[in-house]
Design a protein around this ligand. Structure first.
Ligand code: ZN
Length: 545
């Protein structure tokens, strides 16, 4: 029976248990002891506000979603009790990991492409020809982030989110204002107040700007943001919330890296003529720990980092911010990378698996996107690596960020700016490469990782015995520098043919790696978060529906 047929007849108990078991329940903790009493009170309001967006998001996904959830809660049979948590994990009756196919009966066999942003019976062509009949400002709204399209007496109409979801958004706005009253932090007060206004006015611009300026121990992202759930056009933003606390120690580490970034650029392993004497301003990076997430942020594979806002006007004026969820990364590390390391590392190497090394390398990766070739000259033409490398750019750039990140940490360590345990750094990096490789080569990160893995193996930096790997510390530093040289030079010269050759020879999974990957089938795909701190703060089970 194919997956689609299985979905049509709904997943049975054993099938549901198998699907659920891919997500390992993992506790999410945050230390709140340093919060002021005002921020502590605000935190309660913000978790409650976030919970309301779970309802708004389910409404956005499908009109039948909230009645179905209510029905599931009444079903105390064994099957019903298995269905409810998997529904909650997906925020609907379609399984994110299985191409959004249905696991419950009496629902569309697949998540509607336009979700509930458009009438289910509307075609793309109908929308497009309707939009042409509208005046220009209305066209913009119809194709904008913050309206839903409905059918009235057969004709298409649109409603602003402020109207479509006004009952829930009113409750949410009231809690944001209440939280703004509790906090003494001016930037948080401003963001919360403006965001509450936006829920009524449907104009998110001022509050997006205020979010970029947020500088507060209590860090929150709440509102309509990503457009992935609109698979018809990618226009409509889904509601989500992240309630976070700033990680002061890691934020200081980011600042330290940023202060050394020009020095790193000046020492990159590429021809000095490609180096940029004055690198551009860095996009801000916030490192936080998550207390709670909701809505679009809380289904399927858990988000461990995000870039926002998406509104081009705000991005042009203020740039975008990257938020990294350190404790979510740590939860995934323990639950997923721990068991992976057990399968892929030689026994003697397993002690060297280390979350701190893992996270520091992720930070270095992010900062590395800001150095290396950005504006280049090819045959006298001003251009960019992205324009020249086209479809191969993301793969090259992701590999470059990984490898430059390693190179950067080694450089800082060698000059005693920073103390790094080399064995832990490279061994953790080796184990984590399988975390990426196990999902195949369809996506830029996977292919970029295959390139790194094969290059380092070919240069004797990764060695294996009976399918288990270890790092050769004497060889890996030179190998990393050589690979970085190749990647940076491909970008600096915009050499598409060289990138293509690299993909063909190195961007593959070889039989011996495949064998190791095949041993990982019992490792969970992701975590199912259990929000322990959020439960403690508001005194109820916020992880449950
Ligand atoms: Zn990246």
């Amino acid at each position: 029976m194919s997956l689609t047929e299985a979905a049509y007849s709904a997943a049975g108990l054993a099938e549901l248990q198998r699907m659920s078991s891919r997500f390992a329940p993992t506790e999410i903790h945050v230390d709140t002891s340093h919060l002021s009493s005002g921020d502590r009170a605000a935190l309660q309001d913000l978790i409650r506000a976030a919970r309301i967006l779970d309802d708004v998001f389910m409404e956005q996904l499908w009109s039948g979603n909230r009645p179905l959830l209510a029905k599931l809660k009444q079903d105390h049979s064994e099957l019903g009790r298995a269905r409810l948590p998997y529904f909650w994990l997906n925020k609907g009756p379609w399984s994110d990991l299985d191409g959004h196919t249905a696991f419950l009966p009496d629902v569309p066999p697949r998540k509607p492409l336009g979700a509930n942003f458009y009438p289910e019976d509307m075609s793309k062509a109908e929308f497009e020809s309707w939009v042409k009949t509208l005046p220009p400002d209305k066209q913009k709204e119809a194709e904008g982030f913050f309206t839903v399209i409905r059918r009235d007496h057969g004709k298409l109409t649109m409603d602003p989110y402020s109207q479509a979801y006004h009952a829930l958004l009113d409750q949410c706005a009231a809690l944001l204002r209440q939280a703004a009253g509790h906090t003494a932090n001016a930037t948080l007060k401003r963001f919360l107040t403006l965001r509450a206004d936006a829920f009524h006015s449907n104009d998110y611009y001022a509050s997006d700007v205020a979010w970029m300026d947020l500088d507060s121990p209590l860090d929150v992202t709440i509102g309509p943001y990503e457009t992935y759930n609109d698979e018809l056009f990618g226009y409509k933003a889904a509601f989500e919330a992240y309630v976070n606390l700033r990680d002061e120690a890691e934020s200081a580490k980011v600042k330290f890296f940023a202060n050394h970034l020009q020095e790193m650029e000046n020492n990159l392993p590429m021809d000095p003529k490609f180096r940029n004497p004055k690198i551009g301003a860095l996009a801000p990076i916030a490192v936080v720990n998550q207390v709670y997430c909701a809505g679009d942020a809380a289904h399927g594979v858990q988000t461990a980092a995000y870039n926002l806002p998406n509104d081009e006007r705000v991005v042009q004026e203020k740039g975008a911010k990257r938020v990294m969820l350190r404790n979510v990364q740590e939860a995934k590390f323990k639950t997923i990378l721990g068991p992976i390391a057990g399968h892929v590392l030689r026994a003697s190497a397993r002690d060297s698996l280390d979350f701190d090394a893992f996270f520091t390398h992720i930070l270095a990766h992010e900062l590395s996107h800001g150095i290396g070739p950005q504006q280049i000259t090819v045959n006298g033409r001003q251009t960019s690596p992205r324009k020249e490398l086209k479809d191969l750019y993301s793969t090259v750039e992701e590999a470059k960020a990984d490898v430059t990140g390693l190179y950067m940490l080694q450089y800082l360590n060698d000059r005693q700016y920073l103390k790094i345990d080399e064995r832990r750094l490279y061994t953790t990096y080796l184990a984590s490469s399988f975390r990426t490789l196990r999902f195949g080569l369809k996506e830029a990160h996977g292919k970029g990782m295959a390139i790194q893995f094969n290059f380092l193996a070919d240069h004797g930096a990764f060695v294996h015995h009976d399918g288990r790997y270890d790092v050769d510390l004497a060889k890996i530093k030179t190998a990393v520098r050589d690979l970085d040289h190749q990647l940076l030079t491909i970008e600096a010269t915009g050499d598409y043919a060289a990138a293509e050759r690299m993909m063909e020879t190195l961007g593959v999974i070889r039989p011996e790696q495949q064998k190791t990957i095949d041993s990982l089938t019992d490792v969970p795909v992701d975590i199912a978060p259990v929000f322990i701190t959020a439960n403690q703060v508001i005194g109820t089970g916020v992880s449950q529906p």
